[in-house]
Write a protein that binds this ligand. Sequence first.
Ligand code: FAD
Length: 331
Amino acid sequence: MKNGNIWILNEALDNTLSPISTEIMSKGRELADALEKELVVIELGYENDEIVKEIGYYGADKVIQVNNKLLKHYNTLGYVKVFDNLMDKYDPSIIMIPATYNRRDLAGRICAKRGIGLVADCSKVELTDDKKDIKWIRPTFDGKLFCDVRITSETMIATIGKGSFVAANRNEDNKFEIIKEDSQLTEEDIKTKFVDFKKSDINPLIEKLLNSKVVVAGGKGLGGPENWHLVEELANELGGAVGATKVVCDLGWCDKNLQVGVTGINVKPDVYIALGISGAIQHTKGMENSKVIIAINNDPNAEIFKISNYKIVGDLFDIVPLLIEEIKKRK
Ligand code: FAD
């Protein structure tokens, strides 16, 4: 691995730090400490002083800030030119970029321009035992397999999927340096014109699933749609959201938007309660970063127990009604 620092390209919307950035910052910090490198976050935008400060609170050693009106909205040519110039000047060794639409666009273009290897949509990033290389791990075949990809070019770039890591902690005492750089951009560099930005409406079920501290998820162990009310009742009593496995969504026992997993929603609540869920990797990839996982399953060898903090072996039809009753009593 060549010398040079670890870079993260920040993702922001309306000058607000995106959760995906703080997630990648926690991994960036871990790698920087292990490799004795500096963690540098690149923030390209306009009137972005506040966000630069925020980035520093999440563990960066340095934030390189480019503040230019031409960077107010993402545009491929402008952003690529500035990022490319910064790479020429600072020569980083590892670059992690959020796998969002705009950042993916930039990553592909930079890699093609500079002849750098890119691993897209990683869900895990690990140092090899000798610390000389990085295992870029990404789902393949729709999440059925995970492959370990290595980059052979000196500089490495990877895009990282949402929810891959637990977010870094915010600490206002963190010491960091802000480096202000010129964009070297002119109007002529930008060949596109920003017209309008329209936010799409997020489905309220998904919104609740993403923002609830408690998620109660049901699987095929519920036996049929007539029993789905048990998942909803337990979630209601706990003030949480309802989640589901793909199988039950496909069977139409609940709304399809409730699916948790690689082809569904990625959640990280404080508490995830899995009822009658076997723990297939396609499901656990979407909830394994929850702070506390409680599973109820009548099979003592169920895979879900391997990632659970509390394991309840038994029939959910005996246990869940008792739980609901007990919670009601304590209210
Ligand atoms: P099962 O695997 O059938 O498990 C049911 C569990 O309930 C069992 O462990 C059983 O012991 C337990 N049980 C039965 N009766 C009781 C009882 N009375 N009390 C307690 N426990 C009981 N799945 C997802 O969830 N999300 C995804 O995003 C996703 N994406 C996929 C993408 C692809 C390309 C493929 C091929 C699959 C995907 N899957 C996904 C499906 C995944 O592989 C599993 O099939 C699915 O997660 C299993 O759902 P389940 O746990 O509800 O059912």
